[in-house]
Design a protein around this ligand. Structure first.
Ligand SMILES: Nc1ncnc2c1ncn2[C@@H]1O[C@H](COP(=O)(O)OP(=O)(O)O)[C@@H](O)[C@H]1O
Ligand SMILES: N[C@@H](CCC(=O)OP(=O)(O)O)C(=O)O
Length: 377
């Protein structure tokens, strides 16, 4: 799969049936940072043409903050999290009303889905998001996804929508991911630097980028820069999904498989989508130290991490947060979703499940990390 030629990857994108398109704040706003409805309409025209050709498109759109800070009376995009969240709360509705009327001109309905990072790691929430997205697509709706900025906690949030879009591509088992930004592709260095050259094809995004210098955002509106776009391309690639990265004005040609932007070839599919996400994209909030026996059991595969085999805990996290599992020598073994808050863990260390039930109650009689929530590194 990783030996596909650029032409083959572009053809796969042109023939994709289910496509996730992500558009960044920088592509939807003017130089002042405010939402530019004209740009939004241009993007909608390109997507509507694709949908008319029988494709199913999920749009992951930033732009809530860009839409909200002007109406709130701010001249510039706010920089503190609380005001950003307030601006997003005001702006998300405005953004959706622009999308509703722009897609409406093509007879298309839109549906809003707001996701927090937590929703993407907790099994029930993950499946709820998956079911809703699939049903919307079956109904011919264009789902429009954004991070739920107003609810996202400071510590665990995507911040940018790049990684979220790769996760969404993973959830709907998309055939292609299209990342639209304010530059026409990946460059050998931040494009403002003299001598930076565009790269048109990345056959293996996991290892081929040693001589590429990746920078953060180049604008006052974007958030993750190229770093998070490459992370998104990696998550997509290991989910078997090709990615094209280009500027928003190239959306139409990119969706047609024309030679624009940078394409990233898919790499062999590994694991189910949620477990893959845990392993690849979830930032650990703390560390659990496994003793020798537990380390061996985990590395053997399909074993849960039980409190009986844990000898230490570091960091502050809540049940449901991603954690790193290391052995007593500090070697990284796995990532997983903790079944306990970090402050509850010391009382459980070294205890068997039966002891936990007896000492702490039935609600504590479960693994520290369930095997379904654990991914070897
Ligand atoms: N190697 C690179 N190639 C291309 N762009 C890069 C690179 N390194 C950093 N960038 C910057 O990443 C920016 C795009 O990210 P960002 O501003 O977060 O956009 P968005 O709002 O679309 O997510 C570009 O404008 C560019 O300045
Ligand atoms: N969720 C935020 C997105 C923040 C952001 O700027 O993201 P991006 O443009 O993808 O770097 C919003 O809608 O304003």
């Amino acid at each position: 799969m990783s030996t596909q030629s650029q032409a083959e990857v572009r053809r796969a994108i042109a023939e994709a049936h289910t496509i996730v398109v992500k558009v960044g704040s920088s592509s939807l706003s003017g130089s002042s940072g405010h939402l530019d409805p004209e740009r939004l309409r241009g993007l909608v025209t390109a997507i509507a043409q694709t949908v008319r050709m029988d494709a199913r498109v999920v749009l992951v759109s930033s732009g809530a903050i860009a839409s909200g800070f002007g109406p709130l009376g701010f001249d510039a995009r706010p920089t503190d999290v609380a005001t950003q969240q307030a601006a997003a709360s005001v702006g998300q509705g405005l953004l959706m009303s622009h999308y509703e009327s722009a897609f409406g001109r093509y007879g298309l309905r839109v549906g809003q889905i707001l996701i927090t990072a937590r929703d993407t790691v907790q099994a029930t929430q993950y499946r709820n998001v998956q079911r809703t997205l699939n049903r919307l697509l079956e109904l011919g709706v264009v789902p429009i996804v954004n991070e739920n900025d107003a609810l996202a906690s400071n510590e665990i949030r995507f911040g940018d929508n790049d990684r979220l879009s790769a996760l969404v591509a993973n959830i709907v088992r998309a055939d292609a991911l299209v990342l639209l930004t304010d530059v026409d592709g990946l460059y050998t260095a931040p494009p403002s630097e003299p001598g930076a050259r565009q790269i048109h094809y990345v056959p293996n995004v996991l290892d081929a980028l040693d001589d590429v210098r990746i920078g953060g955002t180049g604008s006052s509106v974007g958030t993750g820069g190229m770093v998070t776009k490459l992370e998104a391309a990696r998550v997509a690639a290991v989910s078997g999904i090709p990615t094209v990265l280009t500027c928003a004005s190239n959306a139409g040609p990119a969706l047609m498989g024309d030679r624009v932007g940078t394409v990233f070839a898919p790499i062999k599919h590994r694991g189910t989508s949620r477990r893959l996400w845990i392993g690849f994209a979830a930032d650990p909030r703390g560390t659990l130290v496994a003793d020798e026996g537990a380390a061996k059991a985990i590395l053997g595969g399909r074993a849960s991490l039980l409190s009986a085999g844990v000898v230490g805990v570091r960091g502050e996290f809540s049940a449901g947060d991603p954690v790193l599992i290391v052995d007593e020598q500090g070697n990284k073994l796995a990532k997983g979703i903790s079944g306990f808050d970090s402050e509850e863990v010391p009382a459980t260390l070294g205890r068997t499940t039966a002891q936990l039930r007896k000492l702490l109650g039935a609600e504590y009689a479960h693994p520290l990390v369930h095997r379904d929530d654990l991914v070897l590194l």
